[in-house]
Design a protein around this ligand. Structure first.
Ligand code: FES
Length: 368
């Protein structure tokens, strides 16, 4: 059932200072055009935005600002295959989460708009060669757009969609109906146990002449099984997107092993790719846009130091994996420790993730 929304906008729930900060950081109100329950725990939301739809790529996600009691929380939701003017997301209610998904489930009926930023694509769908998609639960969301792109391009592809129960798998019936059982395998663990995902990929890839790319999103154990099990495979590469925290849907922690290449550098490695020895960080000074300064001690992140100084910032994962805290560098160089920006973006020194990255040297000026 589709319900058109009327009522007060969600942005009215943010206080003025938070709202100013969110707008300054690139968030904007986008009208909610429809909501519907896709399963008992999954809420489908349509946002009307012609402008943002134009920037969508398969696997991209939106950042959504949620007004929780202790301040704005930023949550990441992958974009489903949508229409020409609609951004479509699906929100799983996390019963043991930190409140973001629960707020959306309980309050969206009174919202006419949401504050969003993006879309942003950190998954890395490339569109070349055979593709094997492996989704676990709500991890199906970014893959639906990739599958639509693969099907439209006539790409050779298959989907293995794993879930506990059929009724909790929001898109199972629609995907089978649209693409057929020869393209889509639904695996219900409650009925038949866990799948051997590595063997499934190997079997499928073994009859392809070109190398296969596996795109996977879902629970971490599922993705790690694929990454480790296929690590030495000569003609299969794996690209994954993590569910980092219980309350955030796919946070874009991209992990990729190119064919014949090395594993990606750790999110906690330094800009040079070498891990930083524990206890060797040094203090430095952050200069803000208004000329004021904040000391960052050796045992403190930039975000922590700013917070102690009363400077508001946005963050979500605080692990350098989601991109929410990305901040423009006005002067100086960053010691990058995130896994969001590419090696080229690290080298360009235009922005940094202030939840994990530090300054090279004694001072850095940031657009805060
Ligand atoms: S808060 Fe997620 S990258 Fe900094």
């Amino acid at each position: 059932m589709t319900v058109t929304m009327h009522g007060s906008p969600a942005i009215g729930d943010f206080d003025g200072i938070d709202l100013d900060m969110l707008i300054r950081q690139g968030f904007r109100p986008v009208p909610v055009s429809a909501v519907r329950m896709l399963t008992s725990d999954v809420l489908g939301i349509d946002l009307h935005s012609t402008e943002a739809v134009a920037g969508c790529t398969p696997g991209s996600h939106l950042e959504v600002a949620v007004p929780l009691p202790d301040g704005p929380a930023i949550r990441h939701y992958s974009l489903l295959a949508g229409t020409a003017e609609t951004l479509r997301v699906a929100v799983l209610r996390e019963h043991r989460g930190r409140g973001g998904s629960a707020w959306l489930h309980e309050n969206l009926a009174s919202c006419t708009s949401l504050l969003v930023r993006g879309p942003r694509d950190t998954f890395g769908y490339d569109g070349n060669g055979p593709a094997y998609f492996v989704a676990g639960g709500i991890g199906i969301t970014p893959l639906t757009a990739m599958i639509a792109a693969a099907a439209a391009a006539g790409r050779d592809w298959h989907l293995l969609y794993v879930g506990r129960r059929q009724e909790s798998m929001a898109f199972a019936d629609a995907l089978v109906e649209e693409y057929g059982p020869e393209r889509v395998t639904i695996h219900i663990t409650e009925a038949v146990g866990r799948p051997d995902v590595v063997s499934s990929v190997e079997e499928w890839a073994s009859v392809r002449e070109e190398p296969t790319t596996v795109y996977t999103c879902g629970p971490v154990p599922l993705m790690r099984t694929l990454e480790t099990g296929l690590d030495e495979h000569p003609s299969v590469s794996v690209i994954s997107e993590d569910f980092v925290d219980a309350d955030e849907l796919p946070t874009p922690a991209r992990s990729a092993r190119p064919l014949g290449g090395a594993a990606p550098a750790s999110a906690l490695g330094s800009a040079s790719g070498e891990p930083k020895a524990v206890g060797t960080d040094e203090e430095f000074v952050v200069e803000l846009g208004d000329g004021s300064e904040v000391d960052v001690p050796a045992d403190c992140t930039i975000i922590e130091a700013l917070s102690k100084a009363g400077v508001r910032t946005l963050s979500s994962c605080k692990k350098g994996t989601c991109g929410t805290c990305e901040t423009v560098i006005l002067d100086g160089r960053a010691d990058h420790r995130d896994s969001v920006l590419s090696a080229e973006e690290h080298a360009a020194q235009k922005t940094m993730m202030i939840c994990v990255s530090r300054a090279c040297g004694k001072r850095i000026a940031l657009d805060l």
